[in-house]
Design a protein around this ligand. Structure first.
Ligand code: LMR
Length: 329
């Protein structure tokens, strides 16, 4: 009898407490393929920290670096099926879905990272953030890493030096076409396989910004690095459209404000992070760094110039002209 009384009392108390029970936080899984100590890695951690500070109890961000949850091969499918909610893949990995994004892979198009950033702020590039909506993917912003540097097992000065070598590229037709145009081979491999492919000799070369070279210890298996900045590694911060639009308005607005803040920090700090990584590669003394002379650079540019013509119709003349104009301020 007493037992029943207490059981009923406990039941009533639980029922009374129910309206005040705290709802479970919304979980945002943010997956990526690089280390924490890269522009993207730091950006994801800053996002996690700011969400923890400003939306505690309402949103929880889980960060999965280094292909630990999903990698290049399955991350887009994971986003579309809402197993992860945020990714920041290289634009090169998205440009089979939206061809104008190929503008970012065209070689020697941007003079420097400042030109890339100017282009990203302009309408033509902002419009491209919406180019994946038919795939239920929304672009939320651009994060930059840095210039792609060519690395190889042999000394390279001219396009002819590439003959007989195979280079790992991201899953982009344009990046592969770059090496084919120069008389070399290209294979598309997920980022998580790059180090092993170089170590085992499956490929003899690659192209990476300094932070990724260091993060994956690529310099330890590449005795030559050509600092040519032949294109720039840009990420698109993407989410699942249904998930994002379904968020309560106030939470989505706060997340967008946080992402804007993080985007600014990532793009402000990317160059310094790459410069530091370069210093560490130099200090490791694993590789000779070759800086092309202006004449060598011009020879490369001329050799691959036909690619700009070849891809102009896919990219769109308006987008290409806007990218070129960003070099002139
Ligand atoms: C690559 O595959 O080389 C890069 O896109 C990796 C990354 O996310 O920086």
């Amino acid at each position: 009898m007493i037992k029943t009384f207490f059981a009923t009392l406990a039941g009533s108390l639980i029922a009374l407490a129910m309206p005040f029970a705290v709802a479970e936080p919304i979980v945002i899984k943010f997956a990526h393929v690089v280390t924490d100590d890269t522009p993207k890695g730091r950006g994801t951690l800053q996002f996690q920290k700011l969400v923890q500070e400003r939306l505690a109890g309402q949103v929880k961000v889980e960060v999965y670096p280094n292909s630990s949850l999903v990698g290049d091969a399955d991350e887009l499918e994971a986003l579309r099926s809402n197993k992860v909610q945020l990714l920041a893949p290289s634009v090169s990995k998205l440009n089979a879905l939206a061809k104008p994004l190929r503008v970012y892979d065209l070689p020697f198009l941007f003079d420097n990272i400042e030109a890339v950033k100017r282009f990203q702020r302009r309408d033509k590039s902002r419009e491209l953030l919406g180019s994946l909506v038919s795939h239920n993917i929304t672009g939320l912003g651009y994060w930059n890493n840095g210039g792609r540097q060519l690395s190889a097992t042999r000394e390279i000065h001219t396009p002819a030096d590439l003959k007989g070598l195979t280079f790992r590229v991201e899953s982009s037709e344009v990046l592969a076409a770059y090496y084919q145009q120069l008389g070399a081979e290209a294979v598309k491999l997920p980022f998580a396989q790059v180090y092993d492919a170089l170590r085992t000799g499956k490929v003899q070369g690659a192209e990476n910004p300094w932070s990724n070279l260091l993060g994956q210890k690529i310099n330890s298996v590449q005795p030559y690095i050509v600092e040519d900045n032949h294109s720039f590694l840009t990420y698109m911060l993407i989410t699942n459209t249904t998930f994002w639009n379904g968020l309560p308005f106030q939470i989505r607005s706060e997340l967008e404000a946080i992402l804007d803040e993080v985007t600014q920090s990532v793009n402000r700090d990317a160059e310094a992070i790459n410069a530091k990584a370069r210093e560490r590669v130099v200090a490791a003394n694993t590789s000779r760094i070759l800086v092309p002379t202006p004449a060598e650079r011009e020879a490369w540019r001329t050799a691959v110039a036909p690619l700009l013509k070849r891809y102009e119709s896919e990219v769109g003349s308006d987008v290409l002209r806007a990218a070129e104009a960003a070099n002139r301020r």
